[in-house]
Write a protein that binds this ligand. Structure first.
Ligand SMILES: Nc1ncnc2c1ncn2[C@@H]1O[C@H](COP(=O)(O)OP(=O)(O)OP(=O)(O)O)[C@@H](O)[C@H]1O
Ligand SMILES: [Mg+2]
Length: 783
């Protein structure tokens, strides 16, 4: 798809209208801010401007703006009045839209056609997605008028989904000025360089670049693939975009960007014309924030801020009145990633509720600590699913050891630094040395020397570690000239010597978090450390999720501790603790206890959502949404199967699934195998008699909630039909999905129930759904 034609962008007075993109903005002291105006008024303005200086008859305007609809001239009067209110605000010499009595309207202000659009023809690669941003029902003026989908697309599982998305809008600062200053060819080069810079950064964070709208680049995080950290990805990408655009090497100009980010639930539609639309509040909010973002800053809305916790440092911009917004918008400028030691601390904060259960795990760790203190070094590998409490247990141990004299070393692997050698160690050293963001290299070197001196006499090791931290060699400890391989070996040796030096003085608790993101060189260093720890006063704890296969098991000093789900008593205790003094009705506590399957993170977030909303938990808390959907998105082929299964219930039998899905049977089996292999569902028996159950009720809810209302309704009807046809006498209702969906299916089942006792497999209705289940469906018997 090609970008804008040159004639699509018009400049007049302080305004800039991008007709094709539907963007109408005003220059507000150098910042182009969106102007809130209805789409009809914008269309009228477009026609008048296109024919500026000419009289445009009312009939021509009506035909252009309300094609195929008979409307009264009074509509024109209303819309031109709205336009004049916006356009003539600063004018002293009458309106720029002249009424020519009995003949029509004429636009009289001078208009320039910008050449910016010529540059936006940057081809969109196959991996980029074309987005149309809109808001349910209300279409703000910043949206591309002629690309809005006028009709909702048919609700099929494949054509549209409800998702939580983080939307980022990048805006090139001063593009109007550039367009008037530069030759069109140079301008083309500038815009293409800008687009390239944005796309490259966004690709690194797995975001989807939308349809370039000249100097605006919309980006989505969370579709087509969700990640548990989409909001963080967006902000890191935003900070990266600002750097990258500033570095775009152009002889003509130094470029600056503004980046605005908002998160919210949207409907994403896949169009037949390879065009996706995103409808919801997030794109709208991101566009509104534009007014607040200064050049070269990232501004985020409340929804995004909530998901980020302490991962970044912010400047609170307060709640700001924005033209066109219903209420003042709270917003924050993101300054930089925070220096907090771990994701756990950044996301969960330091004010934790008391630990529930886990006595055995803590006892075991304390016993290992006692052994480690005597020089019999120990390694405990803590494994468990996301949110089960691995970091919490490590933090609890740190707390318990607080009164004892020891050194504590904390290392965190990061999904963003899996390719940077020794990142967890570099990061730990920087924090321990107390590097400040603006420290010059000499000051950092001095701090580092002070830190390293605590473990050992300063020597050549300082040079290797300083080099690791990209600090210049000092005169005192020059870096020997070695091959890269030898240099790496000497660096690893220096780091091990540091640990040995500390352990000689006091016992060391070393916590190494999130090993699934470990880089290869850190892995190598950890191999050496685990080997060396045997004869040191060190307890090393390594945490990771089950998908990481630790290579260190089998050694005598190493043990694995798998963290299991909390039992029902502990779940209730955790709910009560998070609720503080508030008492929930028993059935609400039961719901939380049932839906969260003993995962403390889920219990925490569901309880908080009840506290905030004051109603029983419905839907999925925004804080869990990305992480739950990410699990489904990892398996594109299986997601559809999971969605259909979810509409049936926590448990779904093969036969019923086959009956209600349109998928060919072999595809269905492949999808199911994928779900089982990725541990999202358990399987009992083999097809056609197999019964599947979601491992987590919340994953089922996420799959169910990602379907549009219409799709769900269609599925529920099919499910009811299939149940009726094949299992009229079975007590199926209790195993169906919960809440409204279940009530709906039960209601459908109640309507026109067939006579009791019809044999299984005899569809009666003869419908395709019923027939499809065939003997497999009958054999499954829909438990
Ligand atoms: N036993 C517990 N008692 C009270 N709160 C808990 C308990 N276990 C975990 N939590 C809380 O649950 C949340 C998730 O725990 P945590 O971050 O430790 O999980 P994790 O297993 O490290 O997850 P990840 O794999 O994402 O790192 C935290 O807020 C933590 O404080
Ligand atoms: Mg953790």
């Amino acid at each position: 798809m090609q970008g804008l034609a040159p004639s699509d962008i018009f400049l007049f007075e302080d305004f800039r209208l991008d007709r094709r993109g539907g963007l109408f903005r005003r220059d507000d002291n150098g910042a182009f801010v969106p102007v809130a105006i209805g789409s009809r008024a914008l269309d009228i303005l477009g026609v008048l401007i296109e024919r500026a200086g000419e009289i445009v008859s009312k009939d021509d305007l009506l035909a252009a703006v309300w094609p195929e609809t008979v409307v009264d001239y009074s509509n024109l009067t209303v819309q031109t009045a709205a336009l004049r209110r916006v356009l003539d605000r600063g004018r002293s010499n009458g309106s720029c839209i002249q009424t020519v009595s009995g003949r029509g309207y004429r636009f009289i202000a001078p208009v320039t056609r910008s050449a910016v659009g010529a540059c936006s023809g940057t081809p969109v690669s196959a991996h980029e997605h074309l987005w149309v941003f809109s808001r349910d029902g209300v279409e703000p003026s910043v949206l591309p008028a002629n690309e809005r989908s006028s009709e909702p697309r048919p609700s099929s599982i494949l054509s549209a989904e409800r998702r939580q998305l983080t939307v980022m809008i990048c805006d090139l600062v001063g593009s109007t000025m550039l367009s008037s200053r530069l030759d069109p060819e140079d301008l083309r080069e500038v815009i293409a360089g800008y687009h390239r810079a944005v796309s490259e950064i966004v690709a690194g964070f797995d975001g989807s670049v939308g349809n370039y709208m000249g100097d605006i680049v919309p980006v989505c995080f969370g579709y087509p693939r969700a990640h548990e950290d989409d909001a963080e990805r967006a902000v890191r990408a935003g900070l990266g975009v600002i750097d990258a655009v500033a570095r775009v090497d152009l002889k003509h100009a130094k470029l600056q960007t503004r980046v605005d980010i908002a998160t919210g639930v949207v409907v994403v539609s896949e169009g037949s014309a390879q065009e996706r639309s995103v409808v919801g509040e997030a794109p709208y909010l991101a566009a509104q924030l534009k007014v607040l973002a200064e050049p070269n800053t990232v501004v985020i809305a409340a929804g995004t801020h909530r998901l980020l916790g302490g991962l970044f440092e912010y400047r609170d911009l307060g709640a700001v009145e924005v033209e066109g917004a219903a209420a003042p918008l709270p917003a924050w400028q993101v300054l930089r990633p925070s220096a907090i030691a771990s994701r756990f601390e950044a996301l969960r904060g330091s004010a934790l509720t008391p630990l529930v259960g886990r006595d055995e795990e803590i006892d075991l760790l304390l016993r290992r600590w006692t052994r480690a203190k005597t020089g019999d070094g120990q390694v405990v590998l803590i494994s468990g699913e996301p949110g089960i409490g691995k970091s919490r247990i490590a933090a609890e141990l740190e707390g318990r050891l607080h009164p004892e004299s020891h050194f504590r070393l904390r290392y965190s692997c990061s999904p963003y630094h899996q390719d940077s050698a020794l990142f967890p160690f570099i990061d730990q050293l920087g924090r321990a040395a107390g590097f400040a963001p603006n420290d010059p290299p000499a000051a950092r070197l001095e701090k580092l020397e002070g830190l390293l001196a605590r473990a050992a006499q300063p020597g050549e090791d300082v040079a290797f570690i300083a080099d690791l931290l990209s600090l210049p060699a000092s005169d005192r400890y020059p870096l020997p000239n070695l091959s890269p391989q030898r240099k790496k070996e000497r660096t690893l040796e220096a780091l091990i010597r540091q640990l040995e030096g500390l352990a000689r003085q006091r016992p060391v608790l070393m916590v190494f978090e999130d090993a699934r993101w470990i880089d290869p060189t850190s892995r190598e260093l950890l191999d050496h450390t685990i080997e060396r720890v045997r004869s040191l006063s060190v307890l090393l704890i390594v945490t990771f999720r089950p998908e990481f296969q630790p290579p260190w098991t089998g050694q005598p000093q190493v043990m694995t501790l798998t963290i299991n789900r909390l039992d029902r008593r502990d779940r209730r205790a955790l709910v009560a603790q998070i609720a503080g003094g508030k008492t929930f009705p028993e059935e609400v506590v039961d719901q939380i206890v049932d839906r969260t399957d003993g995962v403390p993170l889920f219990i925490e977030e569901l309880t908080k959502s009840v506290l905030e909303s004051g109603v029983p938990p419905v839907g999925i808390p925004t804080t869990l949404h990305d992480s739950l959907l990410a699990r489904l998105d990892r398996l594109a082929s299986a997601r559809l199967v999971a969605q259909i299964g979810a509409a049936i219930g926590r448990q779904f039998p093969y036969g019923l699934l086959l009956a209600v899905s349109d998928l060919p049977e072999d595809e269905l089996r492949v999808g199911l195998a994928g779900l089982v292999a990725s541990d999202l569902v358990f399987q009992r028996g083999a097809p056609p008699d197999a019964v599947y159950s979601f491992k987590h009720a919340l994953v089922q809810d996420a799959a169910h909630g990602s379907m549009l209302r219409g799709t769900r309704e269609q599925l529920h009807a099919r499910i009811a039909e299939a149940i009726e046809a094949h299992s009229p006498t079975r007590a199926v209702r209790p195993t169906l999905c919960r809440g409204r969906a279940r009530r709906k299916i039960c209601r459908l089942l109640g309507q026109g129930r067939p006579e009791v006792g019809r044999p299984l497999g005899d569809g009666g209705s003869g419908s395709a759904t019923a027939k499809r289940a065939g003997p497999a469906g009958a054999a499954a018997g829909y438990p």
